[in-house]
Design a protein around this ligand. Sequence first.
Ligand code: ADP
Ligand code: MG
Length: 338
Amino acid sequence: ATPVALVAGTGRGSQLGILLSGPQVLEEARGVDAVILDKTGTLTEGRMALAAVTVAAPSGEPLPAGLSPERALALAGAAEDGSEHPIARAIADAARAGWTRPSAAAQSDEAAPSGTLPTPVAGEAAHSGGAAPSGSLLPATGFVSSAGGGVAATVDGHAVVLGKADHLVAAGVPVGPEALAALATAEEAGATAVLLGVDGAVAAVLSVTDTVKPSSAAGVAALRELGVTPWLVTGDNAAVAGAVAAEVGISPEHVVAGVRPEGKVERVRALQAAGRRVAMVGDGVNDAPALAAADLGLAMGAGTDVARASADIELMGSSVKQVAQAIGLSRATLKIIR
Ligand code: ADP
Ligand code: MG
């Protein structure tokens, strides 16, 4: 390849908001025939909003910690303040805004399509503490984040853990059948749901929802036109993953849900072992290892610093359409050269 052509291609890329870490990236992009797309923040806006706080199992039994929804959210929001994950931002913002449970008038059974309306718990008055004043969060210390799992912190003197069931179990919070049933109910309603543990017991299921970017379906279609197979690999649950895949046009057999960050790397390697040249597209800390393992790593410009540092290409428009443009650009540049 002539340096002049590669430099010209690099310049064309930057005009399109496709920033290459070096001209050699154009050669790395050339043979890509499989693209793994992260969900949250890549195919979706990554701007999640809190939808429900559930403190009881579907049977109506209170979850073991027996907290009110307001208290549960206040503890959760403070623990999430140190995380830049979209789930964390949704929960911390809602806690700061003093999110309140739906009014009593809205609490008839008919008004609860998801079955996750918060249920006031008998005896909740026995638990001291409540929400922080509106606009602020409770004090948190000892924040720890585990990518693709969740967070933990000490809030208002309580041990708070938030995330997937196995993340709570690893932190010493037993997750019983009533908590798993409440989690499943929230996920079946199409939400991304996480568990809250307080002082060693499950206190709530928090549901958040996100929206698919308007450009994602066109981006996936453009990849297919280039002969590239699109995959969706996510840490989120299968119900949400399937719904997003259907909306953007990814085949169900190319959807992998519920994976840890190492699971994204394993999928990259499995496709490489099958003879594919693999691009990975992501935005999060959880995507960084797979971005580095792929033949070509592309990070959303709106993504985390870690993801951008692990990638070969930064997409300033944060759009899947730009993934197809980057591959097209490399093919056009190298066709001129060879
Ligand atoms: P994605 O692949 O969709 O970007 P992640 O790998 O970042 O998802 O997260 C996977 C799952 O881990 C989330 O759906 C959630 O259950 C849990 N999780 C990750 N980070 C957090 C957090 N800050 N708070 C609560 N749960 C989290
Ligand atoms: Mg993501």
